[in-house]
Structure formats: C-alpha cells, structure tokens
Write a protein that binds this ligand. Structure first.
Ligand code: NDP
Length: 251
C-alpha cells in the first residue's frame, strides 16, 4: 500500500540542528532536497561524484544563510566497503551522529530488452542503485543509532513497484531498493529509534527524466521543488513512528 502526504507544510525549523546526509546531492532531486533540508535548519552532508556540482550546492546553501555543509566526494560505482567505513569515521569525528540519510543517487542504465542488456551495465546499475545504498546504510547505522530519531529514506520508482518492459536493471534495482527498505524497517521496528521508508518521486523534471523521455516537453513535468513536502515530512520528527512505508511524492 502506497501512502501520500503531499499537502504537508513543514515548520521553518523542522530540521534545526539535524545532521543529514544526501547522496547524489549535486544535481536533480538530490540537489533540491539538500537545499530544502538546509533551508529548514539542517546541516547537510553532500555526497556525490562530481565535486564542482557539490561545491555549487555548498555555495548556494551558504549564500542562503544555511548551516555550513560538508562535502563527501564519492563515486558509488566503485566505492569499497573500507572507504564507506572511513567516511562513517569522518562523520563520527565531525558530528558524532547522523539524524537522516537520503539515498537519492541513482542511474538509469539502458532502456532495452533483457535479451540485449549489457552485462556490465546491469552490474553497474545494481552497484550504484542497490549495493552502494546497502553499504552506506550499514556504515552509517551506528551513527544513526546515536540520533534521537534517525530517518533513512530510500528512493524508489513506479517501475520498482510494477515491472515494465525495457527498463531492465533500473526497474529491478528499484524493486530491490523497496526490499532493502522493508528488511531494514522490520529489523529496527520496536528495537531502535531508527525508521526507514521509501519515496517514489513520480515524473520529475531532471536530467534523468529527460534521458528517459527525450520527446517530452520538460516544462510539462513536475519540478523537484514541488515534491519536497514528502521529503521534508519523512526527514523531520513529524514522521516519528512511520516505518516501512512506501510514499508517492505526487499522490
Ligand atoms: P539525476 O540524474 O538528475 O541525478 C542523479 C544524481 O545521482 C546526480 O547527482 C548524480 O551525480 C548522482 N549519481 C549518479 N551516479 C552516481 C555515482 N556513481 N556516485 C555518486 N553519485 C551518483 O536524477 P534524478 O534527480 O531524477 O533522480 C534522483 C533519484 O530519483 C534517483 O534515485 C532516481 O532513480 C529517482 N527517480 C527519479 C524520477 C524522475 O522522474 N526524475 C522518477 C522516479 C525515481 P552527477 O550529477 O555527478 O552525475
């Protein structure tokens, strides 16, 4: 069962003093989520693979008067467990805890029948969209346990709820993402302050959407800013007690 909370209005200080890590923070939905979280009081840790994009988001947050962010340059396509452990140590030394983790980074891969799908591309999509999210979650769990109410948000997709021809590894990776969310949510249920949920953004105006639907007029597509109510709700304390749920950001 999907949930919707599109009419949520976040208090201006919803995320005051929270430490929140956003993956894929340099572009698209992640960029807007990082800026939105900062605008609501959070100190944001910007994780991504393209440093100039992360620096631009850093500058925008500072210019808007937000708390000084941190930048974590990581290519999730190649990241090793030791590097994730090292990253977690760095976050621990700097902040001592993590209050929120938004798994947003993702790649589309090929749009082609299974019969034609490149083996290497399949593995890369699964690595970035699923394996890296597992590794980062595992590395950050001890820090999330140090939070009064740690929120882990995974990013799903409509094709991760019902399979669709030619969407290949992307579709399968989003099913796996829902599975990872559900397993984690069940494990923490009743024994931890951590909660885990997923968001299907729905069609959103980003580079990924344009790559998937090149003939579509981007002006007709919902902007990342418009889907932020769900991202705020699940990250802030108003969603304490909500665990293991799948949300549609556009109803
Ligand atoms: P974009 O392609 O605009 O942004 C994806 C982000 O992920 C970028 O910041 C990108 O970094 C980062 N990223 C990709 N690969 C890596 C990597 N190897 N290591 C680190 N970071 C990486 O996509 P969206 O904003 O549209 O998508 C965000 C999430 O929402 C994804 O999980 C996507 O699957 C999901 N989604 C999007 C929908 C839409 O309509 N837009 C619909 C349904 C789901 P860089 O810019 O440096 O490449």
């Amino acid at each position: 069962m999907s949930e919707t909370i599109t009419d949520y209005t976040a208090p201006a200080d919803l995320l005051k003093d929270k430490i929140i890590l956003v993956t894929g923070a340099g572009d698209g939905i992640g960029r807007v989520a990082a800026k939105t979280y900062a605008a609501h009081g959070a100190t944001v840790i910007l994780l991504g693979r393209t440093v100039p994009k992360l620096e631009a988001v850093y500058d925008e947050i500072e210019a808007a008067g937000g708390a000084k962010p941190a930048i974590l340059p990581v290519d999730l396509a190649n990241v090793k467990w030791e590097e994730l452990e090292y990253l977690a140590q760095g976050v621990d030394q700097e902040f001592g805890r993590l209050d929120g983790l938004l798994h947003n980074a993702g790649v589309l891969g090929q749009r082609t029948p299974i019969a034609n799908y490149h083996y290497a591309t399949w593995q890369q999509v699964m690595q970035i969209n699923v394996n890296a999210a597992f590794g980062l979650t595992k590395a950050m769990l001890p820090l999330l346990e140090h939070s009064k109410a740690g929120s882990v948000i995974f990013t799903g997709s409509g094709v991760g709820l019902k399979g669709r021809a030619y969407w290949g590894a992307y579709s399968v990776s989003k099913f796996a993402t829902e599975g990872l969310m559900q397993v984690l949510a069940d494990e923490v249920d009743g024994v931890s302050n951590i909660r885990a949920n997923s968001i299907n953004p729905g069609a959103t105006r980003t580079n990924m959407r344009e790559a998937a639907y090149p003939a579509e007029d981007p002006q007709t597509v919902t902007t990342p800013e418009e889907i932020m109510p769900t991202y705020l709700y699940l990250m802030g304390d108003d969603s304490i007690g909500v665990n293991g749920k799948q949300f549609n950001a556009q109803g």
